[in-house]
Design a protein around this ligand. Structure first.
Ligand code: IDP
Ligand code: MG
Length: 151
């Protein structure tokens, strides 16, 4: 296990439905550290870059439209194995298949409105963090519970 950073976004439906606090609370309580956060009205250019790997797929244009339709909360989270842990806490891409207890499983119904995004691997995390945040926006600090999270 290694300390990792991952990019997480609360999508427009999560913001509009008043789920920001609940989603962030889950990560906070898990002991995953928030190192950067901002509310962003996403441009078409940023959305297209973020979902660049899906260009050409049938859901590409609708997803760009969804992400640019209302502000999102963009975050960088840090912790041991954070990429996989965050993906697990989000649940499957399609909320109708996501397990109860996950964010998508608890709050969503439809694949095109799945509340959250999280980087799916180390390279993606690095790409997305650099796309959404400048170096100056990333903080570095120790959380007081860190000694209590591991043996
Ligand atoms: P992920 O968000 O779980 O990594 P991806 O397959 O990378 O899932 O898809 C990116 C995003 O595109 C999804 O989170 C969802 O918002 C949207 N999306 C993916 N597949 C579909 C689909 O079949 N219909 C509508 N939207 C989709
Ligand atoms: Mg993905």
């Amino acid at each position: 296990m290694a300390k990792e950073q991952t990019f997480v976004m609360i999508k427009p439906d999560g913001v509009q439905r008043g789920l920001i606090g609940n989603v962030i609370n889950r990560f906070e309580q898990k002991g995953i550290k928030l190192v950067a956060m901002k509310l962003v009205s996403v441009s078409k250019d940023l959305a297209e870059k973020h979902y660049g790997v899906h260009k050409g797929k049938p859901f590409f244009e609708p997803t760009v439209k969804y992400i640019t339709s209302s502000p999102v909360v963009a975050m960088v989270l840090e912790g041991e194995n954070a990429i996989e842990i965050v993906r697990g806490m989000m649940g499957k891409t399609n909320p109708s298949e996501a397990s109860p207890g996950t964010i998508r499983g608890d709050f969503g119904q439809f694949i095109g409105r799945n509340i959250v995004h999280g980087s799916d691997g180390k390279d993606t995390a690095e790409f997305e963090i650099n796309l959404w945040f400048s170096k100056e926006e990333l903080t570095s600090y120790t959380r007081i519970d860190e000694p209590w999270l591991t043996e």
